[in-house]
Design a binder for this molecule. Structure first.
Ligand code: PMV
Length: 337
């Protein structure tokens, strides 16, 4: 009998042997990944530095089985149309290639935060999927192999595999085998407070991949590349030495370079919303008097870092603007559950 297409409501307990669950955290970049030297396997031009965010979590269960004729994805109970699982498809195909498995994989994923709003949901999603699906397929990959596998889904997902503060080495090889992330410091290395401020809950109008491609046509693309070539080294030194002033300078400069570059595309790409700007102005002012800094990835939401003694002041600023937020810490890497 011909196998039935993937049916919603199917549980992942159907084939218990090829099943595993993992969690991963979203990560926010201090020195950003922006621009791909290879679009197929997400190879960046430059190294990048990020931290995992404890409170932003994706939990994924992967189950390989013979019953379905195509891979499937269910996010927060909603079945995602097959044509939209593109990013994860590359991860699942790579696992089939490594193992010789012929089965299809169904991924059930739960996110505790909004998707596609510039809060790195694809990073935590692809990292959790890479770990769960590879384990369920019987693979025991080491951290760099897992990071490379997660990278196939979404570049920044490479950094959601290792612990705490991470560095993604761009690598130079064409096959991407030296392009993976490593931990540069554990979460407890620097007990900073993290505020994730939700300025917008509407999905962004352009994907990071499309925005990166457009940015390469900006008249400032080459300037951007020159200006950011040492960004990862500078950010890593600041983090390793727990030098907040250096972290602030590195993070603010890197964030503004990316957003300025995006604004010079034709047509312009504007990730910022009015409330993002208002909050950034508050933080820039406050950062002259206390240890607080902020960044945005490719979206309107703002992520703030501050030293322990400053958090009540930062919280007041956010509340004064009437914005919803999550107060959290630096998080761990991906793990099986
Ligand atoms: O991994 P992607 O394709 O979602 O790209 C992420 C790009 C930024 O979030 C803007 C920067 C970064 O380093 O995470």
């Amino acid at each position: 009998m011909r196998p039935l297409p993937f049916q919603s409501g199917k549980t992942v307990t159907d084939t218990p042997n090829l099943k595993a669950s993992a969690i991963a955290h979203a990560n926010i970049a201090v020195a950003k990944y922006w621009g791909k030297r290879n679009n197929e396997i997400n190879l960046p031009y430059t190294d990048s530095i990020a931290f995992n965010v404890d409170a932003l979590v994706t939990e994924t269960t992967a189950c390989w089985n013979d019953d379905d004729f195509r891979d499937g994805l269910v996010i927060n109970g909603w079945e995602v149309p097959a044509q939209n699982i593109g990013r994860l498809q590359r991860i699942l195909d790579a696992i089939r290639q490594k193992t010789g498995l012929t089965q299809r994989c169904i991924l059930h994923s739960k996110n505790n935060f909004n998707l596609a709003t510039g809060l790195a949901s694809s990073a935590s999603g692809c990292a959790a999927a890479a770990l769960a699906a590879s384990k369920a397929a019987g693979l025991d990959l080491n951290e760099s192999e897992l990071s490379s596998l997660a990278r196939l889904g979404s570049g920044s997902a490479a950094r959601s595999i290792p612990d705490g503060w991470t560095r993604w080495h761009a690598g130079t090889r064409e096959d991407g085998s030296d392009s993976y992330a490593v931990s540069i410091a554990p979460p407890n290395h620097w007990p900073l407070h993290v505020f994730v401020v939700q300025v917008s809950d509407t999905p962004k109008s352009i994907s990071s991949t499309d925005a990166m491609r457009k940015c390469q046509d900006s008249p400032f693309w080459q300037t951007y590349l020159n200006e950011t070539k040492d960004a990862a080294d500078i950010a890593q030194n600041a983090i390793v030495q727990r030098d907040f002033a250096a972290l602030t300078a590195a993070m603010h400069h890197n964030t503004m370079l990316l957003h300025a570059l995006a604004m010079t595309c034709q047509p312009p790409i504007l990730f910022l919303a009015p409330k993002s700007l208002e909050l950034i102005q508050h933080i820039l002012r406050s950062s002259q008097a206390m240890q607080v800094c902020c960044t945005l990835d490719a979206g309107a939401n703002v992520v703030i870092l501050c030293e322990e003694v400053c958090w009540p002041f930062v919280k007041n600023d956010i509340i004064a603007l009437g914005l919803p937020y999550i107060q959290t810490h630096i998080g761990h890497g991906a793990r099986l559950i």
